[in-house]
Design a protein. Structure first.
Length: 344
């Protein structure tokens, strides 16, 4: 799908920062052979992105300066955030004295990205104040309980063009957004996850593997060209047969994504999916003061921090019931209805 190669994109970005570099200087900066550098320069000259003196043409500059936008996916109920998932959307969690989604919005604005759309669903009214505070747009996914975020993204597919796609449960320690992005990519974390089946090869291609793969972060940038194919895939897969699918399914062509991989270190970002992940990132978060866990701690005469491996139970009971461990012994907390707390 990519007209330009990974090196093509990297060279355009390099020349935007430092114009008219020599072939040898470019080869050193891109960490590739002189032959590969000359091949890349020749390709970009033929496509009229750079001039004979290795400076960017107007076409190359326009590619960099295209307006960027962002879509934040924040519609889900966050079932894995048990037992606080019924009280607050994940994107509204307070972490290190900041509201998670506000941190993402501020980081986008710092990168001069102001066209921001948020897909909401669960407790959607909690997001309304963001319209006036940050001039964002809200789109409601009314089927957030039945469908996964593939449907959420399909609702705003017309807004995707040079766009960041951002899960609302990510906490970035550094600002990951840039206003000069030109190359589509999907972010992976440099550690193995049993929940992943992809890795990144030496061509920066994301390919499926049989064993555990690199942790999938969910953040992506989709340029104008690749957005056309993504929109087709979104419309095709949002057909009632893929309701449980994540939006990443749209990126695959057989066993490979059609966009490149971007690998970051493990200390670059945290994904806040569970109570324990929240506790690991900010053990002073106000959301950790949960009545249900306090009840468990009182019954067992322990500290709340000793409650481990909290997992939602979906089958046969409500989403408010969950498994937990104390000293490696497993228990179930069943909460069959409002006002009923019974410990098994």
């Amino acid at each position: 799908m990519n007209i330009l190669t990974y090196l093509d994109f990297e060279l355009i970005k390099l020349l935007y920062k430092e114009n008219t570099l020599s072939q040898r200087a470019i080869s050193k900066r891109l960490n590739c052979s002189l032959g590969k550098t000359n091949e890349t320069i020749k390709n970009l000259k033929e496509l009229e992105y750079i001039n004979d003196d290795n400076s960017l043409t107007d076409l190359g500059i326009d590619l960099i300066k295209k307006n960027k936008s962002a879509v934040i996916l924040a519609a889900g109920q966050g079932i894995r955030m048990i037992p606080i998932n019924n009280n607050v959307p994940k994107a509204m969690l307070e972490i290190n004295d900041e509201i998670l989604i506000e941190r993402l919005i501020r980081q986008l604005i710092e990168a001069h990205i102001n066209d921001i759309t948020i897909v909401v669903g669960f407790m959607k009214e909690e997001f309304d104040y963001l319209i006036d505070k940050y001039n964002v747009k809200l789109v409601v996914n009314r089927e957030y309980q039945e469908k996964n975020n593939l449907h959420s993204l399909n609702l705003v597919k017309d807004k995707i063009s040079n766009t960041y796609i951002i899960p609302g449960d990510l906490y970035f320690y550094e600002n990951p957004f840039l206003n000069n992005e030109i190359q589509s990519w999907y972010m992976l974390e440099n550690r193995i996850s049993k929940h992943s089946n992809v890795t990144c090869n030496n061509k920066n291609e994301i390919v499926k593997v049989k064993d555990d793969g690199l942790k999938m972060i969910g953040l992506s940038f989709i340029n104008q060209h690749d957005s056309l194919y993504l929109k087709e895939r979104l419309e095709c897969l949002d057909d009632g047969m893929h309701d449980s699918c994540f939006w990443e399914e749209t990126l695959y062509q057989k066993n490979k994504m059609f966009i490149y991989g971007k690998i970051v270190d493990t200390n670059y970002v945290d994904e806040i999916n569970t109570y324990e992940e929240l506790r690991n990132v900010d053990d002073h978060s106000a959301h950790l003061n949960n009545e249900t866990l306090s009840l468990i701690a009182d019954v067992f005469k322990i500290n709340v921090e000793q409650i481990k491996n909290i997992k939602s139970l979906k089958k046969g009971m409500t989403n408010r019931s969950f498994l937990f461990e104390i000293n490696q012994d497993k228990y179930i907390m069943r909460i069959p209805g409002e006002g009923t707390d019974q410990l098994d």
